[in-house]
Design a protein around this ligand. Structure first.
Ligand code: PLP
Length: 386
């Protein structure tokens, strides 16, 4: 099998599996004061240190959650406090191409949500963002802006420095969904100058069902979504999922962002050139703007993505169409729609996403599968690029 769907989820890294097996070996409530509890606490705190190192955050500013969906929904709340004093966000601004867990706007009244448009390349339209966000500040409000570091469908990377400047000028808060960026491009909460970040373990070779809220400031916190016990510094109640957190920590320790990016970029660029060689009119989305090294979002006009996806699957390759984070969804992509991609082209959009298991053999075999498929589906037009 050829697995080219790392943006949906990544195969578990052996080091993560090993760490989980160790953690599962004993009774492990990280809040217990006995030796077993202290051992569990050690695993959780070690993972917290690894995540702090990977994001440039302070250890005390990390809150483990059940994943990035929970992290996003928790922090997208009007109920934000600074130095213990409530300083509520009055309006939420979200990018048009955000993940569904951000577009759902957390605990905001839908009437207090504004969508920030993107350009045809999928990049936030900065002048529009500036006008809208500044408007809220001028009306006496406090904007909360949520923009992803990199898009899960197209890999398009957002210009966070510029967005952060807009938010700072408006006296607002900035949240960054860094799920697809972590492990693939440098992630730094300080360099991005953002207040809050969300990350997920299963996009970096860790287990599913664990992620984190990462705060860029000591003094700022969102009201907890899950209340009860005092775990995670009273910011997320519930017994910590020690094995999953330990697996996340081990996956973080395996990251070698620069080396992996260079290796994956070479594979991706080779495959992308091959796709365009196989069928000259292949459209690659976001090709002219900064993108993740691992993602190809592309379409062939007249092709139906689901048909192509099933054909790839039968031939031994796992790829995805549209957003496909929640499987079984056969709807057109809101990301491509926001970019103004014509519906009939968007219907043929496939996503290939590489990762730590990807090899030269994988991409070569996929190119062969694709060549055969295009020859069958588009026999008249298949051929070399013009
Ligand atoms: N944000 C982005 C950009 C994603 O790609 C995903 C993937 O599913 C999520 C959030 C949700 O993460 P999780 O699966 O950990 O809830």
């Amino acid at each position: 099998r050829i697995y080219l769907d790392h943006n949906a989820t990544t195969p578990l890294r052996p080091a993560a599996r090993d760490a989980m097996v160790v953690a599962l070996g004993g009774p492990a409530n990280a809040s217990s004061v006995h030796g077993e509890g202290r051992a569990a606490r050690g695993l959780v705190e070690s993972a917290r240190r690894s995540l702090a190192a990977a994001t440039g955050a302070k250890v005390k500013n990390i809150v483990f959650t059940s994943g990035a969906t929970e992290a996003n929904v928790t922090v997208l709340t009007p109920n934000i406090s600074v130095s213990g004093q409530l300083r509520p966000a009055t309006r939420l601004f979200v990018g048009a191409t955000e993940h569904a867990s951000v577009l759902s706007a957390g605990r905001f009244d839908p009437r207090r949500v504004t969508i920030l448009p993107v350009t045809g390349d999928g990049v936030i339209d900065k002048s529009q963002a500036e006008r809208l966000v500044r408007g809220e500040a001028e009306a006496g409000g406090v904007p909360l802006v949520s923009v992803m570091a990199a898009n899960n469908e197209t890999g398009v990377v957002q210009p966070l420095a510029g967005i952060s400047r807009i938010v700072r000028d408006a006296g607002g808060y900035l949240h960054v969904d860094a799920v697809q960026a972590l492990g693939r491009i440098p992630v730094s909460i300080g360099a991005w100058d953002c207040d809050i970040m969300s990350v997920s373990s299963h996009k970096i070779g860790g287990p599913q069902g664990v992620g984190a809220i990462v705060y860029g400031r000591d003094d700022l916190r969102a009201a907890p979504l899950i209340t009860g016990g005092g775990q995670e510094g009273r910011h997320r109640a519930g017994t910590e999922n020690v094995a999953a957190i330990a697996g996340f920590g081990a996956a973080l320790e395996e990251l070698a962002v620069a080396e992996e990016a260079a290796r994956i970029t070479a594979l991706r660029d080779w495959l992308e050139a091959e796709l365009r060689h196989i069928y000259g009119d292949t459209v690659v989305f976001g090709r002219d703007v900064p993108r993740l090294p691992n993602t190809i979002s592309f379409a062939v006009a007249g092709m139906v993505a689901e048909t192509a996806l099933i054909a790839c699957d039968l031939a031994g390759a796992a790829v995805s169409s549209g957003s496909a984070c929640s499987s079984g969804k056969v709807s057109s992509s809101h990301v491509l729609e926001a970019m103004g991609v014509p519906v009939d082209l968007a219907r043929g959009a496939l996503r290939l996403s590489l990762g730590w298991t990807s090899t030269r053999e994988d991409v070569e075999r996929f190119a062969e599968i694709w060549r055969g498929l295009v020859n069958r589906m588009k026999p008249a037009k298949a051929g070399k690029a013009a």
